[in-house]
Design a protein around this ligand. Structure first.
Ligand SMILES: Nc1ncnc2c1ncn2[C@@H]1O[C@H](COP(=O)(O)OP(=O)(O)OP(=O)(O)O)[C@@H](O)[C@H]1O
Length: 341
């Protein structure tokens, strides 16, 4: 549905030339939620703004539904943009207009007649869960509600694509989750393609099907979210994955344990997909003469399946522990011995 070919954006500044986006090639399928993650300055905003030509590429192509966005005339581009909704970190609402009038705005521009507009606005208000707030002004709404207005406005003209520019970065964790749930709901109900940029792996983990990792303008890694989570290749990706799989306390708690005598071996087990539901620990306790101590664990759910890490202490004679480790490996669970007495 969306294809980026050798996309590049250079900015000329007083300090010289900046390569914001460097030779990016990506394909995004119809109906998927595609996330782009990177730290500040990686080029994410520039990349997403080139999808609807808010930013013109220096070279390369953006095709949406086989249409080269760079080749469109002004009026064709205006029409194409009605098929591409966008939401922003700071909502970009019209402060002097009510919720209803904010949502109606793109319909007015598209020339939708008044009666049809009214009906569509009420439908959108229900879709984003803002019943009873249609007459309020943006200043009277919470951050989450403002973003719901942003989403309703972006969906007004029934777009095929929704671009989300750090849409939850200004929100607290609970509100972030409710907006992410709404995006998944919209993706399921309307089948629209969502492209989002973020610096938070939690957002990718929770709603994306595929992810691209950006560093210094380049896409350095790309894949299905579960694959990237379970086997990150690049250092940058490993850092992002750690954000959601290993809370800081894990490192501290384990470091504390390593200092104790007679802890035996500490293993990190990594479960992926359906493996996350296996009874490996029960089996190990039943089959082998070892003591098992569960130290830390976390299962994360992604749109492609579950992913989890479990830290266990294993104690017993060396041979029996070797057999237990071999058995766990046979169950297609990844095992790493991270400490041994
Ligand atoms: N209009 C501009 N003029 C000059 N340089 C720019 C312009 N816009 C972006 N840049 C530069 O391009 C690079 C990428 O910026 P961009 O905003 O796309 O990154 P980002 O990953 O979205 O970061 P952030 O989340 O902080 O916005 C940065 O080095 C930035 O300084």
């Amino acid at each position: 549905m969306i294809r980026l070919d050798n996309l590049q954006k250079l900015f000329q500044t007083r300090d010289g030339q900046v390569t914001a986006v460097d030779n990016v090639k990506l394909t995004i399928d119809k109906g998927e939620i595609f996330g782009v993650i990177g730290y500040s300055g990686a080029g994410k905003s520039t990349l997403i703004r080139m999808l609807n030509m808010l930013e013109r590429p220096t070279s390369g192509h953006v095709s949406i539904d086989e249409k080269d966005m760079g080749d469109l005339s002004k009026s064709e581009l205006r029409l194409a943009r009605q098929g591409i909704g966008m939401i922003f970190q700071h909502f970009n609402l019209l402060w002097s207009r009510t919720v209803r009038d904010n949502i109606a705005f793109p319909l007015e521009i598209a020339g939708v007649p008044k009666q049809k507009r009214k009906a569509r606005v009420e439908e959108l208000i229900r879709l984003v869960g803002l019943e009873g707030r249609g007459g309020s002004y943006p200043s009277q709404l919470s951050g989450g509600q403002k973003q719901r207005v942003g989403i309703a406005r972006a969906l007004a003209n029934n777009p095929d694509v929704l671009l989300c520019d750090e849409a939850t970065s200004a929100l607290d964790p609970k509100t972030t989750d409710s907006i992410l749930d709404l995006l998944v709901d919209i993706n399921n109900k309307l089948g629209l393609t969502i492209v989002l940029i973020t610096h938070e792996m939690h957002v990718i983990r929770k709603i994306c099907h595929r992810v691209a990792v950006m560093e210094q303008g380049k896409v350095v890694e790309e894949g299905h979210v579960l694959d990237v989570f379970s086997h990150p290749r690049e250092e940058m990706t490993k850092e992002f994955v750690k954000q959601v799989t290993e809370p800081e306390e894990t490192e501290q708690a384990l470091a504390h344990l390593f200092g104790e005598e007679g802890i035996g071996r500490v293993l990190q087990l990594t479960f992926t997909g359906s493996d996350a539901k296996k009874h490996v620990i029960t089996d190990v306790i039943r089959r082998f003469d070892v003591n098992v101590n569960i130290l830390q664990g976390k299962i994360s759910t992604t749109q492609n399946g579950s992913y989890g890490s479990l830290f266990i202490g294993l104690d017993g004679n060396e041979e029996e522990m070797d057999r237990a480790v071999a058995y766990i490996k046979e169950q297609h669970v990844e095992v790493e011995v991270i400490h041994s007495d």
